[in-house]
Design a protein around this ligand. Structure first.
Ligand SMILES: Cc1cc2nc3c(=O)[nH]c(=O)nc-3n(C[C@H](O)[C@H](O)[C@H](O)COP(=O)(O)OP(=O)(O)OC[C@H]3O[C@@H](n4cnc5c(N)ncnc54)[C@H](O)[C@@H]3O)c2cc1C
Length: 439
């Protein structure tokens, strides 16, 4: 009987457990997680903060459970990995043997880089415990400062604002989410935020945080502005949790390096989800994502391979549908040209691949607060951002994801008034000749 061990019971770990159970009904599956709440929807935390969903709704019945999978959950932190001895040591001293191991340890928020930053009492949003802390602080907060340019920072801003806390939103650059949104898209989001009374401070970096013990009193910006606040929240990027792998001598870079079978440099150890940096042997390109949907697909692929399969991960286009300043927004494929470096390479709900748009022409269509931007390459669409009206998001996901040849329709796609019609026609034609891909 094969012993499967999975570190991390997030979406990747659970998808792997599901796939293993399907392929191997008798195998022993153990998951280790240091999150006391087990498995729940992390993207749902945004709606929990804003009060749109209750805590139980983060655990929908459709999510797989340990019972249904006949899997054992151990709530503990994994402390050390011995790849030669095939053992994992837990912080409490227990040792777990394995035949195949999956590292699905996710990522953690990067702390604010100011002098003494590690000791600043800033809130973050990695998990349900953090969301509870933010809500507890919001109950008595008179003024909040939120720092960070990506989705998580926006979610905290909107959550606090929905709870009636006046919010100052500090952006290091000119606009929100500059790695992904263009100027006009960012302006649409910012206008919505301002409409809800949120005060935006662009080109603003924190130089110092005034605090007495664990109580924040004010933030001082590099330009010398003092913003009094009693709640500080930070979401400037995430860092994959790859300490176990690194200490065990596995190859790591910006994440744990894996091949298309999701195998690390030790073939019986796999990695998936936020922590995995997938290397495409065809191009040498690496893929780091912090996306729920891709985490699920990677976990499932890793699980099938752990249970004896030999299936390359197909590198589907990174995709996210989210809400930015109240605007439903879908991001597909490569849409930006600003690759960030260092520990802030990626924020949650984002793919590094979005920052690498190849040579393409940008076309914008839409009206009345809706906007669709497509990036038109020579023979295929390379990416898209759909804001507001979502009519084109499914067609664009298929056209980008399936690398549909657009050559014949290119002139229309390059015409703002004709592009939407051309997208629909290309999609209808593609659907008539192809099976539906997985979402
Ligand atoms: C607030 C928020 C909003 C988001 N919004 C979106 C969105 O709109 N769209 C989208 O696509 N994605 C979004 N994401 C990102 C998405 O949730 C993640 O990409 C996804 O959860 C990653 O799954 P994972 O399984 O790789 O890691 P995780 O879900 O982070 O799970 C990893 C698990 O491993 C455990 N762990 C780590 N190290 C150890 C250890 N040493 N010992 C024991 N346990 C360990 C952790 O406790 C955790 O439970 C959001 C995330 C957050 C937090």
């Amino acid at each position: 009987m094969t012993r499967y061990l999975i570190v991390g019971a997030g979406v990747s770990g659970m998808a792997a457990a599901e796939a293993i159970r399907r392929a191997d009904p008798r195998g022993e599956i153990t998951l280790v997680s240091d999150d006391p709440f087990g498995f729940y929807s992390r993207p749902g935390l945004a709606y929990y903060l804003s009060g749109e969903v209750t805590e139980p709704a983060l655990f929908p019945p459709a999510l797989p459970t340990f019972q249904k999978l006949s899997a054992r959950l151990i709530t503990a932190r994994a402390a050390a990995l011995d790849p030669d001895g095939h053992r994992l040591r837990l912080e409490d001293g227990r040792e777990l043997p394995y035949d195949r191991l999956l590292l699905a340890t996710g990522s953690l928020a990067v702390p604010l880089p100011v002098p003494g930053g590690e000791s600043i009492p800033a809130l973050k949003l990695d998990n349900l415990s953090d969301a509870r802390r933010i809500l507890a602080a919001a109950r008595s907060a008179r003024s909040a400062v939120v720092v960070g340019g990506g989705i998580t920072a926006l979610e905290i801003v909107e959550g606090l604002s929905a709870r009636g806390v006046p919010v100052h939103y500090l952006l290091r650059g000119e606009r929100v989410w500059p790695a992904v949104l263009d100027e006009e898209e960012a302006r649409l989001v910012e206008a919505e935020l301002r409409r809800h009374g949120i005060r935006l401070h662009t080109n603003s970096e924190v130089a110092e945080v005034e605090h007495r013990g664990s109580r924040v009193q004010a933030v001082i910006t590099r330009s010398g502005q003092r913003i009094p606040c009693d709640l500080l929240a930070v979401a400037i990027g995430v860092r994959p949790r790859m300490e176990l792998a690194a200490a065990a001598g596995l190859q790591v870079e910006r994440g744990i390096r894996v091949n298309l079978r999701l195998q690390t440099s030790r073939p019986d150890i796999y990695a998936a989800g936020d922590v995995a940096q997938i290397i495409d042997p065809a191009t040498g390109a690496s893929h780091l994502n912090a996306l729920w949907g891709l985490g699920r697909r990677q976990g499932a692929a890793a699980g099938r391979n752990m249970a004896g399969g030999d299936e390359p991960y197909p590198l589907p286009p990174p995709f996210n549908i989210t809400r930015l300043g109240g605007l439903v927004t879908t991001v597909i494929g490569a849409v930006g040209r600003q690759r960030r470096a260092g520990p802030l390479a990626i924020t949650r709900g984002e793919s590094e691949a979005w920052q690498d748009a190849p040579e393409s022409v940008t076309i914008v269509t839409g009206d009345h607060g809706s906007r669709t931007r497509i990036l038109v390459g020579e023979r295929q669409l390379v990416g898209a951002v759909v804001m507001g009206d979502q009519l084109l998001s499914r067609p664009l996901l298929d056209l980008v994801g399936q690398c549909v040849d657009i050559s014949a329709a290119r002139p229309e796609l390059l015409h703002p008034a004709q592009a939407a019609g051309a997208i629909q026609r290309l999609w209808e034609k593609w659907k008539r000749t192809h099976a539906r891909p997985q979402p």
